[in-house]
Every structure is written in structure tokens, then in C-alpha cells.
Write a protein that binds this ligand. Sequence first.
Ligand code: ADP
Ligand code: MG
Length: 357
Amino acid sequence: SVSVTLKNISKVFKGFEGNDIRAVDDVSFNVNPGEFVTLLGPSGCGKTTTLRMIAGFETPTKGKILIGEKDVTFIPPWKRDIAMVFQSYGLFPHMSVGNNVAYGLKMRKVDKNKIKEQVSSILELVGLKGFEHRPPSSLSGGQQQSVALARALVVEPSVLLFDEPLSNLDVLLREQMRVEIRRIQKKVGITTLYVTHDRTEAMTLSDRIIVMNNGKIMQIGSPNEVYEKPNSKFVASFMGKIAFFPVEINAVEPGSIKVTIKGKELILKKGIKISENVKYVLGCRPEGLYLTAPKKGHIEGRVLTNVYLGNYVESYVETEFGEIMVKTEAGTSGGFEEGAAVSVVIKEELAKLIPDD
Ligand code: ADP
Ligand code: MG
């Protein structure tokens, strides 16, 4: 497999009033051979435009795109050795599943017997063995997306691109397909770029995640890095529920950082490099907090709502820092009635400093 490299890529569209729409703004990254990388960000942040430039459907306003060592910036899509899977499957409705998958091979004038062999083996890989003669309309949404994936893979491209391929599927199917895509990608070992606005999808699938906002890259890292060591409040919030507290940094020591919040000292594990001229807030995820009976020196609050979710309870607590969600395992003593006065306690080992942007 090959690498994909973007160097200072920008894309500016012209709006209806002749205004500039900066869809992608100076984006640089590298996808290693065989790696699964996801572009994650809110709707309109430039994910699809980035992917379409890699596929060759759009030309960058600025910058360079390399596939392996080769500069493909101005090379048309069909000469790029790339396959793409879309949200809307894009199957030919009048063709059988087999002919849909065979399409790319027929275009390449591959020998008939060879086509038959490859189609049946790729259908087996995506779990649709023996579906050759079925019309796509007789398949479920998930199965149709598997056909689209088979059609993309059968031509053995160097790079596979996905644009929100699971968005049209219901929740259960989406979870199954995630696991399938991951399994198949690892088995084939193909370099993959995947676009989604769904953080759970990004977390489960990816070797690395590129978080985007407003056409720019906010952070690149493993799922664990972007969740545990977000470099901004934006990334921290986008990766999951989190409460922010104002803190004072008192001392930075080799393995730990001493901070105070409301006059109480906390000793944090050293996660990120602390810079002198940056302001920080303390970020706490719901599992990094717990509730106690009112206790001096801790954040005071009142339970607004408890949401029971089977294995745990989400308590929404009103505090001087706004509404905070605290996650407690169901059936433990950590639960309080709605309306109860409580204190919110920060688990020091899970709290993290985040640059205040
Ligand atoms: P995403 O896939 O992250 O939702 P897009 O890449 O589709 O975002 O869009 C990024 C921005 O570029 C949006 O503001 C969108 O409206 C704009 N945009 C995308 N394609 C075009 C186009 N062909 N013409 C004008 N504006 C576009
Ligand atoms: Mg999009």
C-alpha cells in the first residue's frame, strides 16, 4: 500500500454574491501506508471537500496532493488508483449485485473467468457470498453498502475513501458495519481515509483521527490522544461530554501539576506540556467526577435530573460553573435523588488541563 500526503491544501469556492467560501484552509497531513485515518468534524467543516480533492473531483486552490511519491494534484480521478464509497451507495439499480461489483473490472477489460472468480471472492469477503444474481433493491441498506464496498475493493485500488458511508443506516446496523469495515480494511491492508461527523465511529475505526473545524485541522492523534489529551476546548467537547472549570496553576513538577480550584488544591497527573503564556482550564469528563453529600471545599450543586441508562446513571447537576453531568455506576452508593444538595468531586487522576481557546 501507499501513503497519501496533503501539503498546505486550500480550497476556496465562489459564493453566489461573488464572495469567497474558504472550505478548506491550509490543511497538511500524511496517511501512512495501510493506515486508517478519519477526518472528523461538524457539518460544513470541509471534510467532503478535502476527500473530493484527494479523489480528484475538485482541484485545490493551493497546495499539493501526493499519492506515494507521485504528485497527483492535477491528475484526473480515473488515473489516481483510488476508490470511493459514498453515503448513498451509488449502485446501478438495473444491474445485478454481481454486475455492479464486476463493473470496474469490465471497464479494465479483465478476462471473463477472472472477473467471475474475483467477484465471488470479494463478495465472500464482505459477507455476501452467493448474492451475485440478486438485484440491489432486494438487499438491506447495510448489504447494499457492502456491495458498494465490494465494488470499490474489487479493482484493488491503492487508496480507499469513505464519505459518511453509514449515515443512512439505523443504529444497530451502523455498529455492525463499523466492525465489518474495520475487519475488512485490516485484512486487505489498504490505506484508508474515512469521513464522518460521528465521534464514536471515528473512535472505533481509526488508527488516527484528524479533527477539523472551519476548514482547519484542530488536532491529529490516536483516538486515545484526542480524547484524553485534547489541545483545545473545541476538540475536548467534540470528542465527548466535558465540563470546564477555571483553575490556577501553582506548580509544575516533573510528574505532576498542582492547581487550585475554588481554593482547594488538586494534584494532577502530568498529561500535556504546560506553556507559560497559555491560559488553561480544567477539563473533567462525566466519569472523572463523582457526587457526595455537601462537603466543604468542593463544588456545590443540586441534582436537576437523573437519567437511568442501564449500567450507569447520568446526573445533571446545577452548579456555579453551569450544568455539569456526572456519570455514576448504577446500583452504587454514588446516586442522589433529584433535588438533593450535593458536592461535585473531581477525580484528580482523570482531570486534564486544556488550553483555553
Ligand atoms: P463537510 O463535508 O465537512 O460537511 P463540505 O466540505 O461539504 O463540509 O463543505 C465545506 C464548506 O464548503 C461549506 O461551507 C459548504 O457550504 C462549502 N461548499 C462545499 N462545496 C461547495 C461548492 N461546490 N460551492 C460552494 N460552496 C461549497
Ligand atoms: Mg460532507
